[in-house]
Write a protein that binds this ligand. Structure first.
Ligand code: C2E
Ligand code: MG
Ligand code: MG
Ligand code: MG
Length: 275
């Protein structure tokens, strides 16, 4: 009897693994197709400066045009199958182009941030590519921010420091994304000149839910004391916003103000202030 059960379990897990692999292969094929046939698009989510209520930055987030598969699912597959460098370049070029168009409007000086995977450190020529795209579109490097997570630094410390220093020497801004997940080491601020820290949604959610404002407040004060503005990610409720405002958080990003939207839908958003 016991043996029977064991076998069933074994078969069950085996089938699950097979499905997972099939699913990965399907995603890989969709990624390859999208790269060939212009099958991606970017959505943009505002980062609002709490003091002014104005949108200062937009975070570019990649989507499939035709499938409801989230980047949380397909970015790891793109990394595993070495497609991320090509995708990273597509995102870079598209975001710069769309930014140039947005800022064509008089008096508008919006900045943009893009996400960057660890593997992209191995993309030979990426920095030249990036510089060329900025020039072509007459976008100053200061208008572009690159978001990296701590995991990028963990196994590539020397390489990452050299690479990120090169970017920041060009005038490109660097943000430390998803702070508060993983190890959340502070060590890196010694080696890399970050311009901003983004506190992860989960951290915000949990500390605010428990009304543990002191911890978040001290964290924000600590970063501010070393000249790093702080963004709260994933703010969904007015109550969270009020709490974050009361502890001098610098920026918020989240569904409360806007979900990520296509560039064509930004005009209306960008003329608003939020409070
Ligand atoms: P991330 O960089 O931390 O981006 C923030 C994620 O939180 C986005 O998910 C955004 O849509 C979501 N979000 C923002 N506000 C809220 C909120 O109030 N509630 C909830 N529930 N979610 C909120 P998204 O677009 O699904 O992206 C997930 C992750 O995929 C990103 O996390 C980033 O790590 C990665 N990613 C997205 N686009 C790119 C890309 O172009 N390149 C690379 N390498 N990674 C990307
Ligand atoms: Mg990000
Ligand atoms: Mg994040
Ligand atoms: Mg994330």
């Amino acid at each position: 009897e016991a043996k029977k059960l064991y076998n069933q379990d074994y078969l069950f897990y085996n089938q699950k693994m097979i499905n997972k692999m099939k699913n990965k292969k399907l995603i890989k094929e969709k990624l390859q197709k999208a790269l060939k046939n212009d099958g991606f698009e970017l959505k943009y989510q505002p980062q609002v400066k709490i003091k002014t209520g104005e949108i200062e930055y937009l975070e570019a987030l990649i989507r499939f045009k035709d499938y409801k598969i989230s980047p949380g699912q397909f970015i790891p597959v793109a990394e595993e199958y070495r497609l991320i460098n090509q995708i990273g370049r597509w995102v870079t070029e598209k975001a710069i182009k769309e930014l140039a168009v947005l800022n064509n409007k008089k008096g508008r000086n919006i900045k943009i941030s893009i996400n960057f995977s660890a593997q992209q450190l191995n993309d030979q020529g990426y920095i030249e590519f990036l510089t060329a795209k900025l020039k072509e579109n007459r976008v100053a490097p200061e208008f572009l921010e690159i978001e990296i997570t701590e995991s990028l630094l963990i196994n590539n410390e020397a390489k990452a420091i050299k690479y990120l220093t090169e970017l920041s020497d060009l005038g490109i801004k660097l943000a430390l994304d998803d702070f508060g997940t993983g190890y959340s080491s502070l060590n890196y601020v010694n080696y890399i000149s970050f311009d901003k820290v983004k506190l992860d949604k989960k951290l915000i959610e949990e500390f605010l839910a428990y009304d543990n404002l002191e911890t978040i407040s001290s964290l924000i004060a600590l970063f501010n004391s070393i000249k790093l503005p702080v963004v709260a990610e994933g703010v969904e409720t007015r109550e969270q916003y009020q709490k974050l405002k009361s502890i001098n958080c610098d920026y918020i990003q989240g569904y409360l103000f806007s979900k990520p939207v296509l560039a064509a839908k930004l005009d209306k958003l960008l003329s608003q202030t939020f409070n």
